[in-house]
Design a protein around this ligand. Structure first.
Ligand code: HEM
Length: 505
């Protein structure tokens, strides 16, 4: 009799489905009418369910950065992007969210998509703080100044390739060139073994395309942990079967990183063979780990991958956009070249990074390049339980808040004539006050770990390219900076093609 009273499989399935349905309907009703963010303006669908944003991004293919601008134009300064996330248009919000006092965690919904949970980028605040304390000495300004020859060597390879392509009568694909350069710097600096992407013919390095190919996967993966699991467990033979050499190059790099980690963990004296201090000197140093256990192999692998991803496209894109604007704006290239020539009269004796940093016009151009960074990417943070005031608005604990950098750096209220490339704004009387709004490396405890490395790369690359060459845009091709936001911006359109004519002296 007892057995008879137990529900059949079909009855259980019906009951289960009914429960899920009731729960889902209740969630929607709750999100719309009872959620602490119910009063925030935005589309009803966005307030009701996370699926609305997934539909816009994945099905319609609209870039998240465009969605933000469209919604702000329609609903005002604060918008509800998903049931739990709001975005601010008022540039003051940036300083209320990202500042030295706020020890807020990152929103797991986005960061889990990278499947690098054990890295400084994705860890919760307290763990990330410890990890960054270990890595900081490697990325400090003094360490970078000491190791600038490592970066200089990669600049030389880039410049030689540009010269070679010019002698062959070609325009150089600077989009690929700068991405290759940035990857070579990271692999050289962090792991002591450059992948030599810049030496690929015409900068066609499979790895650069491989990184581009995986970017859209982030947008898919952030929708569900299940997608992350599927991507992680995709069998190798399936990737082989696609015949995609960029994907294979990416896997090959991952294998190399894993092998290097295995070798070093098995035999730490391997580190003595490194050409200079690399990240594993710091990460595996018991003193730096202050008595805590050293990071696991998986954690080392996550960190290695994060540094590669965080440090390559970001620097590459900054260089592409800056170089395009320099060539495309009348007089800037000439003025920059003149300053460089005065500080660096003999081509055979290039100045050190410390000297380049002091050049006012180069510095102004570089800052304007960073300000013009096109990606409208936002980095979501979770408001702590006690809540917060953001741009004058009271935000409840648990809400996810963000502001994309373009709402500050491309705002006409902060930077006059913000759409124009005007290096002179950094030489005027109010330049110091503008510094507060140059926020491309973010602010606060989760700001960029690699800022010093990035500055050194940008100074050396721009100085050498514009001192050694006269650059002209390919008149037949205009670069297309339309981008899709996949955490970092992805530009599917025409690349930047430039003729690099060597100067005589
Ligand atoms: C122009 C170049 C760069 C830009 C614009 C840039 C920008 C940023 C931004 C906005 C963040 C904050 C991300 C977030 O809140 O989740 C960040 C974090 C980070 N960046 Fe960079 N970055 C650049 C270069 C680099 C380089 C060269 C490296 C190092 C190899 C690097 C390593 C990192 C790491 C590890 C983090 C995570 C820090 C944390 O979560 O606490 N970045 N970067």
């Amino acid at each position: 009799m007892i057995l008879d009273s137990q529900p059949s499989f079909a009855q259980s399935a019906v009951l289960g489905s009914a429960a899920v349905l009731v729960w889902s309907v209740w969630r929607v009703v709750y999100n719309l009418y009872f959620h602490p963010l119910a009063h925030v303006p935005g589309p009803r669908w966005a307030a009701a369910t996370q699926l609305w944003l997934a539909y816009k991004e994945l099905w319609e293919g609209t870039s998240l950065s465009d969605i933000r601008y469209q919604l702000h134009a329609q609903y005002g300064d604060v918008i509800r992007l998903t049931p739990r996330e709001i975005h601010f248009a008022n540039p003051e919000a940036f300083h209320d969210i990202y500042n030295a006092k706020n020890k807020w965690d990152k929103d797991d919904h986005l960061y889990r998509a990278f499947d690098m949970d054990l890295s400084s980028l994705c860890m919760p605040y307290h763990q990330a703080k410890q990890r960054k304390e270990i890595l900081n000495p490697i990325f400090s300004r003094s360490a970078i100044v000491k190791l600038q020859d490592v970066i200089q060597a990669r600049v030389d390879v880039l410049c030689d390739a540009l010269k070679f392509q010019h002698t062959e009568g070609k325009f150089s694909d600077m989009t690929l060139g700068f991405k290759c350069f940035a990857m070579d710097v990271i692999t050289s600096f962090c792991y002591g073994c450059p992948i030599e992407a810049t030496s690929a013919p015409d900068f066609h390095a499979d790895l650069v395309f491989g990184v581009e190919e995986v970017l859209p996967i982030v947008t898919l993966a952030k929708q569900s942990r299940f997608f992350v699991w599927c991507i992680r467990n995709t069998p190798r033979w399936l990737i082989h079967a696609t015949g995609s050499s960029p994907m294979m190059a990416l896997l090959c790099l991952q294998d190399t990183l894993r092998k290097q980690i295995d070798d070093i963990v098995r035999n730490p004296s391997e580190l003595d063979n490194a050409p200079h201090q690399i990240i594993y000197h710091a990460l595996l140093n018991p003193e730096a780990n202050k008595g805590r256990s050293i990071p696991s192999k998986l954690s080392l692998f996550h960190e290695a991958q994060v540094l590669l991803n965080a440090g390559s496209d970001t620097v590459g894109i900054t260089l592409i956009v800056t170089v395009y604007n320099i060539i495309n704006s009348p007089g800037i290239q000439q003025r920059l070249h003149a300053e460089l020539r005065a500080a660096w009269p003999n081509l055979e004796e290039p100045p050190r990074y410390e000297a380049l940093e002091k050049l006012p016009y180069l510095t102004a151009v570089l800052k304007e390049g960073l300000r013009s960074f096109p990606g409208g990417v936002a980095f979501p943070r979770v408001v702590p339980p006690e809540g917060a005031i953001i741009a004058g608005m009271s935000v409840p604990g648990g809400a996810v808040v963000s502001q994309a950098s373009t709402f500050v750096q491309h705002s006409d209220t902060v930077f006059e004539r913000a759409k124009e490339f005007l290096p002179d704004r950094w030489l005027g009387d109010d330049a110091t006050s503008l510094e507060r709004s140059l926020i491309i490396f973010s602010k606060g405890p989760r700001s960029c770990l690699g800022i010093n490395l990035a500055y050194c790369e940008l100074y050396l690359a721009l100085a050498h390219v514009f001192r050694r060459y006269e650059l002209t845009l390919d008149p037949k091709r205009s670069p297309d900076f339309t981008f899709k936001e996949h955490f970092v911006p992805y530009f599917p359109g025409e690349h930047l093609h430039v003729s690099c004519k060597p100067v005589d002296s």
